[in-house]
Design a protein around this ligand. Structure first.
Ligand SMILES: [Zn+2]
Length: 165
């Protein structure tokens, strides 16, 4: 399947929208991660913050995973192929898998998993799974376009002071 052409001109704007969702999640008592789903015409389709606390301590309630489940129930796969998921930190293996299965065409992320791990350590609520998403996507049968890290320092600031005791 040929990849679609994606407009990159608003990537920083949309990534910062994901950062704002992450900040809102943190303010609401969830972990400081956020994602937005942007359609082929630059339309904001969905936003989703981490939902660990609000979903009853669900360790799988990462922003991207929850967003992908919602998106898959809402939109056809052909449409999602043309959409971009912007997310504050690189999708973990679970979330990259969810993106793959939902059919989302492209991901733009802020902070890498490796940098996240360096800053959050082995916190019991966030034992970062440091597997670059390109390795997960490379094992798939359709292409997922990846861009990142982007605005990595801004993304990393979302974690400041959160995981330390
Ligand atoms: Zn994840």
């Amino acid at each position: 399947m040929p990849p679609h052409t994606f407009d990159e001109s608003r990537d920083e704007e949309f990534l910062r929208a994901a950062f704002a969702v992450a900040a809102k999640a943190r303010d609401g008592g969830d972990h400081p991660f956020g994602s937005v789903l942007i359609g082929p015409e630059g339309e904001l389709l969905m936003e989703q913050g981490n939902a660990y606390t609000s979903e009853g301590c669900d360790m799988t309630a990462h922003a991207e995973r929850v967003l992908c489940s919602r998106a898959s129930k809402t939109y056809a796969i052909d449409f999602l192929n043309k959409c971009t998921l912007y997310t504050s930190a690189e999708p973990c293996a679970m979330c990259a898998g969810a993106m793959y299965w939902a059919g989302i065409g492209r991901v733009v992320f802020g902070q890498t998993e490796a940098d996240l791990k360096a800053r959050t350590g082995d916190h019991p609520e966030n034992p970062t799974l440091d597997l670059p998403c390109h390795i997960v996507f490379a094992a798939g049968q359709r292409q997922v376009v990846i861009k990142g890290p982007l605005l990595e320092e801004e993304a990393a600031k979302l974690q400041d002071g959160f995981w330390q005791a």
